[in-house]
Design a binder for this molecule. Structure first.
Ligand SMILES: *[C@@H]1O[C@H](CO)[C@@H](O)[C@H](O)[C@H]1NC(C)=O
Ligand SMILES: *[C@@H]1O[C@H](CO)[C@@H](O)[C@H](O)[C@H]1NC(C)=O
Ligand SMILES: *[C@@H]1O[C@H](CO)[C@@H](O)[C@H](O)[C@H]1NC(C)=O
Ligand SMILES: *[C@@H]1O[C@H](CO)[C@@H](O)[C@H](O)[C@H]1NC(C)=O
Ligand SMILES: *[C@@H]1O[C@H](CO)[C@@H](O)[C@H](O)[C@H]1NC(C)=O
Length: 511
């Protein structure tokens, strides 16, 4: 995604490219030019900059003379010019309009997609299975209204939103923002659709309420997480575009900060205990976890810390930077009210993640494998299992490190923004295929675009939106959706994971 969102800084329409050079060192393949040529070239650039013909920042960013050299681009591969469309806030406040300048279609470099999406995309079909034979009628969608925070309609590539209620914080805002970025990434590719979105932690659409002879068919509603008792179309949560209230940057920025942060302490030099920091609140498992903390009575190899977000906010989030939390060899993941967005930040640390048996899943966690990506912990034996896991890891450092590495790799690869957008695309696309009617714009719905959302924001909200904004259409198609899981695939996946988990439990019991 870096390619799309960071765009083409330094791309010159005339076919020249400025390389990032520092005194005596040039990055890239550029060769030094004779000073006369360089001078002429520099003059040329200066004129270009003065007439605002190109990106002046490139020139402002670097000390000039040693820096500039030219390289002819003559790749055999066809290059589409990638023009950036930054936020265009021309009107004040609520009269901000959606500019008509953004492309309404895009031309990929290759006519078909060569890459197959990761396996976790196969759950998209599984979530939609309920409606596969019946299709989705407008009446079914309407029935989702009591569960929904907003309704979003896409017609001819434009998004229209009707808000029903205000969720906690700005989850809805950043979720809608994310969908708008998908529309910018693949203009003309997202089909017309009509959907209901629930911004709570968990789904309240219970399977058991829709069973029996007279049962009505359940409403299809998008959610951030699901579990085995409920129905949910599971979709990426708002934090991929940032969680401004608690200073958590958009995922792409957060991931690169964590990658830097985790290099500060080598695995061997990390504190050889299990770490957790968060809001213990009233959630049962978190309360249990608090009891495992070091005390004068016992040492379960666990070090947990309370996060007081109100205090953090007052003190400028000094102690809550996620990138400063890759200091322990083991990190604990435990659910809160339902799944927790902390999962990806914890797994990204390179530490072995100790996962307290989750009840909920998000869009990617169903494809995680115990002992490969994480170490499973029973929820009714938290302290004991944690103590064993830490001791095992300290006895088998190579293996523990490898599990930590695999977990991080999964976050970097599975959750590269490119995949997150492709997941959204396929999820919406498969959903739209089931619609039995042509979506129409309700009179209560408002046209939304990046400008109507971001121009009136300020502070971190605006900053995160600018950081996570897709500035130009993609140059490739979304990945290819792998075939749907057959029931026996899912059974064998679950059985394998259970077998591994049981094996770990047996080791724990014997210990
Ligand atoms: C670009 O490359 C092609 C094929 O390698 C060559 O035929 C052509 O002359 C080159 N054009 C320029 C401007 O160098
Ligand atoms: C910004 O939007 C206005 C209309 O809302 C348009 O006239 C103007 O050309 C746009 N500017 C850019 C740089 O796209
Ligand atoms: C289904 O509806 C009919 C008529 O309303 C009723 O007589 C019957 O008891 C219902 N069956 C179930 C299983 O609810
Ligand atoms: C857990 O123990 C550590 C070390 O004694 C202490 O610093 C920390 O505040 C404790 N955490 C909680 C939540 O009580
Ligand atoms: C770790 O090694 C020590 C010393 O060899 C041993 O006593 C202990 O049982 C081992 N623990 C685990 C969990 O492997």
């Amino acid at each position: 995604m870096a390619e799309h969102s960071k765009g083409f800084r330094g791309f010159w329409p005339c076919g020249y490219q400025i390389s990032a050079c520092f005194p005596n060192v040039c990055l890239g393949r550029s060769k030094g030019l004779k000073s006369a040529t360089a001078f002429i070239f520099f003059t040329f650039i200066l004129i270009a900059a003065l007439v605002n013909w190109t990106d002046i920042n490139v020139i402002q960013d670097y000390p000039i003379f040693q820096m500039i050299s030219a390289r002819s681009i003559n790749n055999t591969k066809k290059h589409h010019e990638r023009i950036e469309f930054p936020l265009n806030c021309s009107e004040p406040g609520s009269s901000q309009k959606c500019p008509e300048t953004y492309p309404t279609s895009f031309e990929p470099d290759e006519p078909s997609s060569s890459k197959t999406c990761p396996d976790y995309f196969r759950w998209i079909q599984e979530d939609l299975k309920q409606w596969k034979t019946s299709g989705i009628t407008e009446e079914m969608i309407e029935r989702g209204k009591p569960f929904a925070y907003f309704r979003l309609v896409v017609v001819e590539g434009k998004a229209y939103v009707e808000k029903y209620r205000k969720p906690y914080q700005t989850r809805d805002v950043f979720t809608i923002w994310g969908i708008l970025q998908l529309l910018r990434l693949y203009p003309g590719k997202v089909p017309d659709l009509d959907l209901m979105f629930n911004c709570e932690d968990k789904s309240m659409i219970l399977k058991r309420d829709y069973q029996g002879l007279n049962a009505t068919s359940p409403p299809p509603v998008f959610h951030y997480s699901g579990n085995t008792d409920s129905l949910a179309l599971v979709f990426p949560d708002w934090t991929f575009w940032g969680w401004a209230e608690v200073n958590i940057m958009p995922w792409e920025n957060m991931l690169s900060a964590i990658k830097k942060g985790r290099q500060r302490t080598k695995w061997e030099d990390r504190v050889p205990y299990a770490y957790w920091r968060g809001n213990p609140h009233v959630y049962e498992e978190r309360v249990e976890l608090m009891k495992c903390n070091l005390s004068n009575k016992h040492d379960w190899n666990v070090r947990v810390y309370r996060q007081d977000w109100r205090k953090e906010r007052k003190e400028g989030f000094k102690n809550s930077n996620l990138e400063d939390q890759c200091t322990h060899r083991y990190k604990i993941y435990v659910e809160g009210n339902a799944w927790s967005v902390s999962e990806k930040y914890i797994l990204a640390c390179d530490s072995m993640t100790l996962v307290v048996k989750p009840k909920y899943f998000d869009f990617f966690s169903r494809s995680m494998v115990p002992l490969r990506h994480y170490w499973p912990i029973r929820s009714n034996s938290i302290c004991k299992d944690l103590k064993f896991a830490v001791e095992w890891g300290n006895n088998h450092t190579e293996k523990a490190r490898a599990i930590g590495k695999e977990g991080s790799k999964l976050m970097e690869e599975f959750l590269a923004m490119e995949n997150v957008y492709d997941y959204m695309f396929h999820s919406l696309n498969e959903y739209a295929k089931l619609l039995k009617y042509k979506p129409k714009i309700s009179p209560n719905a408002k046209l939304v675009c990046a400008e109507t959302m971001a121009c009136s924001e300020e502070g971190l909200f605006k900053k995160f939106m600018e950081q996570s904004m897709v500035k130009s259409p993609s140059h490739k198609l979304p990945c290819k959706l792998p075939p749907q899981y057959e029931p026996h695939h899912i059974q064998s996946l679950l059985a394998t994971n259970e077998d591994i988990t049981r094996q770990v439990e047996t080791w724990g019991d014997e210990y």
